[in-house]
Design a protein around this ligand. Structure first.
Ligand code: PHE
Length: 343
């Protein structure tokens, strides 16, 4: 019995050090443990030397051990068969795998997601619209009829084939498309790419990104607009940041305003980024003009609403300390890789 237990111990040690998949070692294992002159057989032979009253106990332990070794052998055989097939196909399964190249989010996408998710938490629903747009949705319905001087605020790319088509100059076209659907109330957030015929430089580009917000319901007031945007600023830039609204003009909102926040770099003291004013311009906003509601067959006597629009590139430049807007569209992986762990 002692001899048997000792062999079991040796077996366990051997199995612990076994190299998987080695065909020669599997055969050596079989001969040593299960062969005609192997250890299991010789232990079987010992059976006759065991006194009768201990035979049962010895037999049981030995049988269990035999089953264990046989099962192990089948398992090792299977393992080496897989290795053999792989080797036949010229594969070495012990080589480390090729790592898959992992991409990362683009900084503009990161910033868009941050902005959008804040408004989603307030119940604004995500939607988008076309980048190739017609004159109605980009201009006319937004209270900018043909020859309206305000069209000159945004230098437009037109599509040669059709003078009615253009590359949208702002995401406000989505306002119109959502209002035209005729389902009220509306509370939406609309990110997307826009195009303007501007000279490309470190500070401006001929395409960039905006996020548009729209809220239309009964009794929506300018106070609601301010509260929504205060919440946004707090979530986005923290509670320390100051906010101010300046009266402004957009043909599609009345009254209109621009919102500034105190410069996040110099904390309002004045630096080159805020051009020594202490303030950064963040967005344009206002109460949706009654003409715009009417253009979308919404009754301005029953419904009111607010809209706002902000750029994505500028906040992204600020947050990630980037000094050239062109980097966003050059797709240099050395630039993009720096945002692998950014949020
Ligand atoms: N569309 C305006 C722009 O691109 C921003 C804006 C949107 C202003 C909505 C007011 C309301 O400058």
């Amino acid at each position: 019995m002692d001899q048997l237990l000792q062999q079991i111990e040796e077996y366990k040690k051997e199995i612990g050090q076994f190299t998987n998949g080695d065909i020669k070692a599997v055969e050596e294992f079989r001969i040593k443990w299960l062969g005609t002159k192997g250890i299991v057989k010789s232990l079987m032979g010992e059976m006759r030397n065991i006194p009768n009253d201990r035979k049962k106990e010895f037999g049981q332990v030995l049988n269990d051990f035999k089953a264990l070794v046989e099962n192990k052998f089948e398992e090792l055989k299977e393992g080496s068969r897989i290795e053999e097939t792989a080797a036949g196909a010229g594969l070495d399964l012990s080589l480390p795998g090729d790592p898959l190249p992992l991409g990362s989010r683009h900084p503009v996408s990161l910033m868009r997601n941050r902005i959008v998710s804040i408004f989603q938490r307030l119940g604004f629903a995500l939607a988008d619209g076309p980048e190739i747009e017609d004159d109605w949705h980009n201009f006319t319905a937004l209270n900018m009829p043909e020859f309206h001087p305000a069209r000159d605020m945004q230098d437009t790319f037109y599509v040669q084939q059709n003078p009615d088509w253009l590359l949208r100059t702002h995401t406000s076209n989505v306002q119109i498309r959502e209002m035209e659907k005729g389902k009220l109330p509306i509370r939406g957030i609309y990110p997307g790419r826009v195009y303007r015929n501007e000279t490309v430089s470190a500070r401006s580009h001929c395409f960039f990104h905006q996020v548009e917000g729209l809220y239309i319901d009964e009794n929506v007031s300018f106070a609601d607009l301010k509260q929504t945007l205060y919440f946004f600023v707090k979530e986005m830039y923290g509670t320390e940041v100051k906010v101010r609204f300046r009266p402004s003009f957009f043909p599609f909102t009345e009254p209109s305003a621009e919102m500034d926040i105190s410069c996040t770099l110099c904390k309002g003291e004045g630096c080159s980024v805020c051009k020594h004013t202490g303030w950064l311009e963040i967005l344009g906003c206002g109460m949706v003009h009654p003409n715009v509601l009417q253009n979308c067959r919404i009754d301005p006597n029953k419904y009111t609403g607010f809209a706002f629009g902000m750029g994505i590139e500028r906040p992204a430049l600020l947050k990630y300390g980037i000094n050239d807007i062109r980097l966003f569209s050059e797709n240099d992986v050395r630039f993009l890789q720096q945002f692998a762990s950014a949020i």
